[in-house]
Design a protein around this ligand. Structure first.
Ligand code: SF4
Length: 311
């Protein structure tokens, strides 16, 4: 790096791994230890290139479809969850399934089943093509309509406006979702929703922590991979606050010209990015004063499935 080092790094906290990601990675690790190689994983276990590469080195085999898994083999479902159709296919192929779906995603699936069972049309706020959305849609495909943005919230139609519920992807931007929900509530006064927010604690906490940091920084670096929804939302949040922000997989992605005239760098990491990568990014910024800005303390943990829990 040739640009002069910035003076200050503001570290947003909480940042990096959430409880759902830690649990998912642990499930693959335990499976490798207890069942030996190979352990197949359907889709990326979490959306991070470093996590996936590390597990691959240790014997995990990532596949896009269950058809790539030999009959009878062990397969792990990723933290983003799967549709019932995928579970059925796994059963048909006699696969030994370990389910690493985050419990907070499982909660959304249960809500989808409940809302559909009472005859509601479900408006699912989320991003088309994201694995979590595909899984949730699969719970009630005939009764669920995806709403991706405010424009769609204004135009979506439902068979019976008095029987309509909403759900959200867990990793959305809190402020954008509030806006979409505002439109839906104005159009569907009978709209019902989950008892508690579907946008998860980890997403909310990371966004809140970065809000204050972004206001004070000349530049924000978000450690995370391009397909990580909550990491991309962090970049957008900083940009909406008027601060230049970049998504980086690791310190090697930092371009020297980004640091021209920059005195204060805000640093955070999406929920699927390993904490060690943040340390490497801070180290790469040179001799700096590091200040942590914490807005919440997280003590949530999720238990492992009994089939891999060490005795
Ligand atoms: S980001 Fe939220 S929903 Fe996703 S794995 Fe982490 S805790 Fe679970």
């Amino acid at each position: 790096m040739t640009a002069p080092a910035p003076h200050t790094v503001l570290l947003a906290a909480p940042r990096s791994f959430c409880a759902g990601v830690e649990r998912a990675i642990e499930i693959v690790e335990h499976a490798l230890t207890q069942r030996g190689q190979p352990v197949y994983v359907r889709k990326q276990i979490v959306h991070n290139v470093h996590v996936v590469a590390d597990l691959e080195r240790r014997g995990a085999v990532f596949v896009d479809e269950l058809a790539q898994v030999p009959p009878g083999a062990t397969v792990v479902f990723s933290a983003h969850g799967v549709s019932p159709a995928v579970r059925t296919e796994a059963g048909r192929r006699h696969l030994r399934v370990l389910d690493a779906t985050c419990p907070l995603v499982t909660k959304v699936h249960a809500e989808a089943r409940r809302f559909a069972a009472r005859g509601d049309t479900i408006l699912l706020i989320g991003h088309a093509g994201h694995e979590e959305v595909e899984g949730t849609l699969g719970e009630a495909p005939d009764d669920t309509i995806l709403v991706e943005d405010v424009a769609q919230a204004w135009t979506v139609t439902v068979p019976d406006p008095e029987r309509v519920s909403y759900l959200t992807q867990t990793t959305l931007a809190v402020d954008e979702t509030t806006e979409i929900l505002g439109v839906l509530r104005s159009r569907f006064p009978f709209l019902k929703g989950p008892a508690s927010d579907d946008i998860c604690y980890a997403t909310t906490n990371r966004q809140q922590a970065l809000s204050t940091v972004a206001e004070r920084a000349d530049l924000v670096l978000v450690v995370g991979s391009a397909n990580s929804s909550n990491s991309v939302r962090l970049v957008e949040l900083a940009q909406r606050a008027g601060t230049t922000a970049y998504l980086i997989d690791d310190a090697g992605d930092i371009r020297p010209e980004w640091l021209d005239d920059v005195r204060t760098v805000g640093v955070t990491a999406g929920a699927s990015a390993p904490p060690g990568l943040v340390d490497e990014v801070v180290a790469a910024l040179g001799p700096v004063c590091v200040l942590e800005h914490r807005t919440a303390t997280e003590d949530i943990t999720f238990t492992l499935p009994s089939s891999v829990r060490p005795s």
